[in-house]
Design a protein around this ligand. Structure first.
Ligand code: DP6
Length: 349
């Protein structure tokens, strides 16, 4: 027999960034973060997990190519879910699995991203969240989304926020064992559905410094990070929650842009400095800043993760249409401008 489960998980974009760990193996952050989850239609991972007595080892394929599951992060997620597996029975198929059997049974995992992994768009977040969710369903684990988020966190920090739609907060927690470092939903996907997300794929090249190594260097060398984590982010989190609750776009945009800029400032404050944005990213920032200053209140928010691609959040559909027009005019997709393409995260939040 073979028992399979398929799940689909969208990626998320942080508007208050996670950067820096206080515990590397448990993946515990130095500050809270807040993200928006994209509509699964646009950027998501689909994962099928299967279990069968004929499997002799855990194996995984990503976009059709076999990858190693031996890394600590995958192993942590597998171990945690296996320990929470419950009895499972499917009489029709003649399947009966006792909870202790999950330790012995091996799994096969096939995962696909509906966007090019090489485009540098957050793929680990959706990937690890989807893996944990699918494994939990396969093994009949009874944990709720928040408990699963604490497991996904151990695969990749940002993954814990992809267990929910809408606006999500990753609470950093205080416990040394990480049990209270998990994600909670601040508002669901219908709360603020005027917003439209457009991602400008500035460069499809793989990033030079991975988030994991980048944030390790930052924690070791940046003084600005300590100020950010202790003084700046806690206040911003409170205000961002207020902005989301009241659908206050001006406050939302001001906080999201400032936080993205401070995250990149912290990267520059790292030794050796980390450059994630390029000239095109900087030109996009200037363009949005000018536009926002010209209007009575901000129309578009921007945020950049560990790469040059711009995530632009327009306050409504009308603004999104204007934004796309402007982007195509000032930054036409071409090799010269290093501008790749645009991905619409329509009705994303
Ligand atoms: C800039 O979650 O990829 O996107 O925990 O080491 O796997 P690891 O890092 P990762 O870092 C994401 C950093 C970020 C900001 C964010 O998503 O909050």
């Amino acid at each position: 027999w073979i028992h399979t489960v398929t799940a689909r998980t969208p990626t998320n974009i942080a508007v208050i960034k996670y950067w820096g760990k206080r515990d590397e193996s448990l993946i515990l952050p130095v500050n809270d973060s807040i993200s928006v989850t994209l509509d699964p239609q646009h950027l998501c991972t689909t994962t099928t997990v299967a279990v069968s007595p004929s499997f002799d080892q855990d194996r995984m394929w990503l976009n059709g190519k076999e990858i190693s599951l031996s890394g600590g992060r995958y192993q942590n997620c597998l171990r945690e879910i296996r320990a929470r597996g419950e009895d499972f029975e499917n009489k029709e198929k003649g399947i009966k699995i006792a909870k202790q059997d999950w330790q012995k049974l091996r799994v096969h995992v096939a995962s696909y991203n509906n966007f090019p992994t090489a485009a540098g768009l957050a793929s680990s977040a959706a990937g690890l969240a989807c893996l944990v969710f699918a494994l939990a369903k396969l093994m009949n684990a009874k944990e709720d989304a928040s408990q699963l988020s604490a497991i996904a966190r151990q695969g990749s920090g940002s993954a814990c926020r992809s267990l929910y739609g809408g606006f999500v907060k990753w609470i950093m927690g205080k416990e040394v064992n990480g049990s209270d470092s998990l994600a909670v939903q601040l508002a669901d996907e219908n709360h603020w559905d005027d917003l439209v997300i457009i991602i400008a794929v500035v460069s499809s090249r793989q990033k030079e410094t991975s988030s994991t190594t980048g944030m390790r260097d930052t924690v070791e060398t940046s003084i600005l990070l300590q100020h950010r984590a202790r003084e700046v982010v806690p206040k911003r989190i409170v205000k961002m929650e207020e902005a989301i609750r009241n659908r206050n776009f001006s406050l939302f945009a001001q906080l999201a842009c400032a936080d993205s800029n401070q995250f990149h400032a912290v990267c520059l404050d790292t030794c050796p400095p980390i450059f994630y944005m390029n000239d095109t990213s900087h030109r996009i920032i200037s363009c949005i800043e000018k536009w926002n200053r010209f209007e009575e209140s901000p129309q578009v928010a921007y945020t950049f993760d560990a790469g040059p691609n711009a995530v632009l959040i327009a306050r409504n559909r009308k603004t999104a249409a204007l934004l796309l027009q402007r982007l195509l005019y000032f930054f036409p997709p071409s090799a010269d401008t290093d501008m790749g393409s645009y991905v619409l995260g329509d009705k994303s939040i």
